[in-house]
Write a protein that binds this ligand. Structure first.
Ligand code: SF4
Length: 164
């Protein structure tokens, strides 16, 4: 089932479930693109090559550094966001489910001059299974979850839609 869940969806799950609902009901192409790209990462030939740069949705970029077996993501946010960390945990989870283990992951925050090592624990895996089920259920809902205004609404692409 998680083949249909993209990293962006995991990110939106933590940011706003209403945004996630809109995303799943309006823009499904990106999900496929991402899965295609992750599929390529798993492809034996490309896996053997050196560092790969993977561009997802033209928003999120992941580098795969072969030498260090490391997924590497750059986030331009000014804070370490829970959503971004879970997104990267999900990549580790996704790959582990497909037999790719022993990977490390790191998020670089250039604006903070910090990097953050992301690890996937057994507890995270259990939580991700629950999240995947919740996202799958949310996708089936005919209406988005109730609107609750938050700080980030002002910058959200769905802002006008929410305020109708
Ligand atoms: S405007 Fe706010 S409530 Fe609506 S989708 Fe965006 S973040 Fe969510």
């Amino acid at each position: 089932m998680e083949e249909r869940i993209s990293g962006v969806m995991i990110y939106y799950y933590f940011v706003c479930k209403r945004k996630l609902w809109y995303f799943m009901h309006e823009i499904s192409m990106e999900t496929e693109n991402e899965n295609v790209l992750l599929g390529k990462l798993l492809d034996e030939n490309s896996y053997k090559r050196d560092d790969k740069h993977i561009n997802i949705d033209n928003v999120i970029n992941i580098d795969f550094i072969k030498e260090q077996k490391e997924l590497h993501e750059i986030k331009k946010s000014r804070a370490i966001e829970e959503a971004g960390v879970w997104q990267v945990k999900y990549y580790l989870y996704y790959l582990k489910k497909r037999g790719v283990t022993g990977l490390k992951a790191k998020i670089d925050y250039p604006l903070l001059k910090k990097n953050f090592v992301v690890e996937l624990t057994e507890e995270d895996e259990n939580q991700l299974s629950v999240i995947i089920c919740e996202i799958t259920d949310l996708k089936k809902q005919l209406q988005p979850p109730e609107f609750h205004e938050k700080k980030l609404c002002i910058k959200c692409a769905y802002h006008d839609l929410c305020l109708i």
